[in-house]
Design a protein around this ligand. Structure first.
Ligand SMILES: *[C@@H]1O[C@H](CO)[C@@H](O)[C@H](O)[C@H]1NC(C)=O
Ligand SMILES: *[C@@H]1O[C@H](CO)[C@@H](O)[C@H](O)[C@H]1NC(C)=O
Length: 472
């Protein structure tokens, strides 16, 4: 594939000034949770990997008061709000995923502007970046009176937006709810062009000038999908008891390149405009989520604030990028398959791994991927191989098997924090859900397939990322 072999992925090395490691040295901050070494295989039925048709609600224990917890669902899952389902093939999902990954790499690389231009040339216009792959949605409400809005969550961007009225013919994609109308809300206000919020947008390259004395924003997702409109604020209700006054967001009057239905996008990145940054004073610049696998009949959750206390997470230092403050990284150090650690030189892992809610498939440095693939194939000899699916090259035909025995795969991060993956985080569409990208030592991406069933804690203020298994 063109994108994986092109020099798009020349990344910052950890020694470069572009990558800043936020290390919290207090030993009490790390509860080192090791993989349960004894377990080498898991036995599942092939049908347990198939999407569930049933929704049984959510079973999250609602935590302490300095936090807000919302149900989180897969866009096409059984618990999702009634969004018309488009049929998206695995191949198409994977193609979009590749575009998103290329965009992220271009943002964290030193030569971002140059590489963005290159990637724009190779990207067909019909693919949406974020609404296409950011598959997890929350329902919040905006304005007074409050109007429900279904929004994708996205750790890969900062500015939140919803489509707003008026929208000229052809300027909005079709969505689930009627367009949010700021003139019908008693608490909406557009930012003036000389406001501090407008100046911050300018600083972050997301300003789109001034129209009728109102601040204009633009978000371009790197593959020609984009949204433009007015930057304003209104009351955001996360739950019936948690409101964010004067929440800053974009009122999109013109969007292109998205595949639609959701009403907007909630930016959870580390930049100034994100929901996380805006609510830092209330929730302490920390959030967590649990992404449910498609087979789950329960919802996952999004929690703002360090919910459930600090216990039970395997924590690892958070890496940040000075030239791309949006992204949250961790340092991968080892991969274990069926209890045996792969022999991979540490230099292969010298780049950080971005933990992204929207990328589907984890991208590893080539040498690490090859070692993983070899070990996995050795353990899976009982099953007939199947044709590759998109960029996934290690696929199996499980037809006729009542049970399948899958080797455990554990990712170990800096300071020993281990993620013993759920089977739904190892296999996707019958294939090993990992891929190789860039060169050894480049930045990798931890995709949402691997994060499934874990509560992933982004303790931005404390400088750690935590993983808690079996959370949804
Ligand atoms: C960035 O671009 C410059 C000029 O095109 C080039 O000399 C340099 O090697 C590039 N750096 C990286 C990290 O790709
Ligand atoms: C958004 O604004 C930019 C800059 O003004 C413009 O080039 C682009 O065509 C606009 N896109 C949409 C979808 O309106």
């Amino acid at each position: 594939m063109e994108l994986t072999t092109s020099p798009l992925f020349s990344m910052a090395s950890p020694l470069s000034p572009w990558l800043v490691f936020v290390l919290l040295l207090g030993s009490s901050c790390y509860s080192i949770v090791h993989a349960t070494g004894a377990e080498r295989y898991r036995v599942v039925t092939p049908s347990s990997l198939k999407p569930s048709e049933i929704c049984s609600g959510h079973n999250k224990v609602i935590p302490s008061k300095k936090s807000a917890t919302l149900p989180l669902t897969h866009r096409h899952g059984p618990c999702s709000p009634a969004i018309p389902k488009e049929k998206t093939s695995f191949e198409e999902t994977l193609r979009r995923d590749q575009l998103r990954a290329a965009y992220i790499h271009s943002k964290v690389s030193r030569n971002a502007s140059k590489e963005l231009q290159q990637s724009a040339v190779t990207v067909p216009t019909s693919f949406g970046y974020s609404v296409g792959t950011a598959e997890y949605v929350i329902t919040v409400s905006l304005g007074t009176p409050a109007v429900a809005q279904v929004m994708n969550i996205d750790t890969g961007s900062d500015v939140s937006w919803v489509q707003c009225a008026p929208c000229a013919a052809g300027s909005c994609y079709s969505q689930k709810d009627t367009l949010f109308d700021p003139t019908s809300s008693g608490t909406y206000a557009a930012f003036s062009c000389d406001s501090a919020q407008c100046a911050q947008l300018q600083l972050d390259g997301q300003s789109n000038g001034c129209l009728n004395s109102q601040c204009q924003y633009t978000v371009q997702y790197g593959d020609r999908s984009e949204t433009n409109g007015t930057y304003g604020s209104d009351t955001l209700r996360l739950t019936s008891s948690d409101a964010v006054n004067s929440f800053q967001f974009g009122c999109s009057h013109s969007a292109a390149g998205f595949i639609g239905q959701v009403d907007g996008l909630m930016g959870l990145g580390g930049g100034a405009e994100s929901l996380v940054s805006q609510t830092a004073a209330t929730y302490g610049e920390a959030f967590s989520y649990c992404l449910p696998p498609p087979s789950s009949s329960s919802t996952g959750f999004l929690t703002l604030g360090a919910a459930g206390g600090a216990s039970g997470y395997a924590r690892t230092p958070m890496a940040r990028f000075t030239n791309a403050p949006t992204f949250y990284g961790v340092l991968l150090q080892a991969i274990t398959v069926a209890g045996t650690q792969l022999s991979v030189p540490p230099s292969v892992f010298s780049g950080a791994t971005i933990v992204d809610s929207g990328t589907v498939i984890t991208e590893l440095p080539p040498t690490a991927y090859q070692a993983l693939r070899t070990a996995f194939r050795n353990e899976m000899k009982a099953y007939p191989p199947a044709a590759p699916v998109g960029k996934l090259d290690t696929c199996y035909n499980f037809d006729g098997f009542d049970q399948i025995t899958v080797p455990t795969v554990t990712l170990t991060f800096s300071r020993g924090a281990a993620m013993d993956l759920d089977v739904s985080g190892i296999l996707y569409a019958g294939c090993l859900a990992f891929t190789a990208a860039g060169q050894d030592g480049d930045t990798g991406i931890l995709g949402n397939v691997q994060q499934r069933t874990f509560e992933v804690l982004f303790d931005v203020g404390g400088g750690t990322v935590g993983f808690k298994p079996g959370a949804c």
